[in-house]
Design a protein around this ligand. Structure first.
Ligand SMILES: Cc1cc2nc3c(=O)[nH]c(=O)nc-3n(C[C@H](O)[C@H](O)[C@H](O)COP(=O)(O)OP(=O)(O)OC[C@H]3O[C@@H](n4cnc5c(N)ncnc54)[C@H](O)[C@@H]3O)c2cc1C
Length: 480
């Protein structure tokens, strides 16, 4: 092996230099570092990234490449072929990466590891995306937790393996490059049509943008988080999810930043709540690791018999924010414009789809997969199963969110609805969440002709709720 043979650092969903254990280890090795990215749609198959994620990825890679002084090499295709060929070409003295927990990635990475190790190429993998890795979070009897609170409190916080303190970005990476691969543009991540104008105005993908977002949240969000996180009309959530998903910051960074901000004092309820939300991300990843069929199959198998209905028209209206329920439509339009939706509203639109419209949660998960900039196989699948009532530690099926009551409670002045459903902007607060109940003169003064400017409700809340409860009841053994 030549003295200057490089170590390949395979960037995946860890698009950062700070707190990147694989990069850190490669730099410590003292060999030149060859950084690469492989867009592997072939192994991802049905879980290849959706359009919004691709837009984000393009920009994030652009920034990472700049941080790596233009040395990042891009490849597209099956990593099980590309990586061994590259190792051979550059006579790499090792391949380092940070682990991921999607079933397709585990299968692929295991194959690659075996192939390279057969050729005596050292492969080292690290934990770069979780605070508490799945094998260390089981119950005393070795089985995985299925309920969040004991998982988080016992399986994570008391498991005796505290999260790693963030590693600093390496001072000086000895980079090398190779005459192979594609340009970033040749990955063809950017859509041909510019539908992403609002996304560009909303987000700053990349490690710097992630660091700025975290600082903003620590300054103005976290002290109101416990209550404020439920308010889509206010600005108290972190909006770190796409940055965390693409690994532009590790969960360890916000985790320890919060502890640092506490300066040794006991966690405030706001801080404690925020850390436990990061815990939900851990929980989803643990579920996916232990239940690889989570994206496709109901965790509670009795839901396999659930009488979902097929209704293209109501699905289309839900997707396009035309249900006639303002908070639902605002959420779906926020998603379409920005690639993001506030968590409270994700729960409302999710419940509306699976319960009021009685559509399979797969339809919702798929639409989110394509449109969210934070689309994440673990969080998305676990959350949709939670909403549908068929998941681990799920919301009970009979908990059906009423979009009017939810709207009045969490968007009391209608700011959120007015922002995303501007045709209702002039409606008085009293009817902003229920325009069909407004007297004719109120509608007319607000310039709204229902069924013309804004749709009539796609379903009746009371009867669709009863239909959902009856469908759920049909699953109980006594009714079969
Ligand atoms: C139907 C549905 C689908 C969802 N799909 C996704 C998805 O594809 N990707 C995704 O990252 N989140 C998903 N979530 C979870 C949650 O809505 C988002 O993580 C959150 O809204 C992101 O906004 P934030 O960063 O401002 O969150 P904050 O409230 O600031 O929370 C901080 C971080 O904690 C994590 N987190 C917070 N809530 C949850 C949760 N319920 N489950 C798992 N992790 C959580 C996220 O990483 C988030 O960035 C989904 C929720 C629902 C109800």
């Amino acid at each position: 092996m030549a003295e200057s043979a490089p170590v390949i650092v395979w960037f995946r969903q860890d698009l950062r230099l700070t707190d990147n254990p694989a990069l850190d280890a490669a730099v410590r090795q003292g060999a030149p570092v060859l950084p690469i990215y492989i867009l592997d749609d072939e192994n991802a198959a049905e879980w290849k990234m959706g359009a919004a994620s691709r837009w984000w990825l393009h920009h994030s890679l652009e920034q990472l490449n700049a941080s790596l002084r233009d040395s990042l090499r891009f490849f597209r295709g099956d990593a099980t072929t590309i990586l061994p060929e590259l190792v051979d070409k550059v006579q790499a003295q090792g391949v380092y990466w940070n682990r991921r927990y999607e079933p397709w990635r585990i299968a692929r990475d295991t194959r690659i590891k075996e192939m390279l190790q057969r050729d005596s190429v050292p492969v080292k993998s690290y934990n770069g995306s979780l605070l508490f890795e799945p094998p260390n979070t089981t119950k005393a009897d070795g089985t995985p937790y299925r309920v969040f609170t004991p998982f988080y409190r016992k399986g994570c916080l008391q498991n005796g393996i505290p999260p790693r303190k963030p590693l600093p970005a390496p001072n000086d990476v000895a980079l090398c490059t190779v005459d192979a691969g594609l340009s970033l543009d040749e990955l063809e991540l950017m859509p041909e049509i510019n539908w992403y104008k609002h996304m560009s105005a909303t987000w700053s993908p990349g490690e710097d943008g992630a660091a700025r977002r975290l600082q903003q949240f620590l300054q103005s969000g976290i002290n109101h988080y416990d209550e404020g996180r439920n308010r889509p009309d206010q600005n108290y959530v972190s909006r770190l999810s796409p940055h965390l998903h693409f690994g532009e910051l590790s969960p360890n960074q916000p985790w320890f930043a919060v502890y640092d901000a506490m300066a040794g004092e006991e966690l405030t309820p706001d801080a404690d709540r925020f850390l436990s939300e990061l815990g939900w991300r851990e929980f989803s990843n643990n579920l996916l690791y232990n239940e690889p069929t989570l994206p496709a199959k109901n965790l509670q198998r009795k839901f396999d018999r659930f009488p979902w209905i097929q209704d293209e028209e109501s699905l289309r209206r839900w997707q396009h924010g035309q249900t006639g329920y303002p908070i639902v439509d605002a959420g779906m339009r926020e998603l379409w414009r920005t690639g993001y939706m506030h968590n409270r509203v994700r729960m409302i639109v999710g419940s509306f789809l699976v319960k009021n419209l009685l559509q399979h949660w797969h339809h919702g998960a798929r639409w989110f997969w394509d449109t969210l900039v934070d689309a994440d196989l673990a969080n998305n699948s676990a959350s949709w199963q939670w909403i549908a009532g068929c998941g681990a530690d799920a919301a009970p099926y009979f908990r059906i969110f009423n979009p009017v009551t939810q709207g009045k409670k969490f968007d009391p002045d209608g700011h959120y609805v007015r922002l995303y459903v501007p045709e209702l902007a002039a409606m008085p607060d009293k009817f902003i969440h229920n325009p069909w109940e407004a007297p004719a003169e109120v509608l007319s003064e607000s310039g709204v002709l229902l069924g013309d400017d804004y749709p009539e409700p796609v379903v009746d809340l009371k009867s669709s709720r009863e239909r959902a409860l009856a469908a759920f009841k049909s699953l109980s053994p006594s009714s079969s």
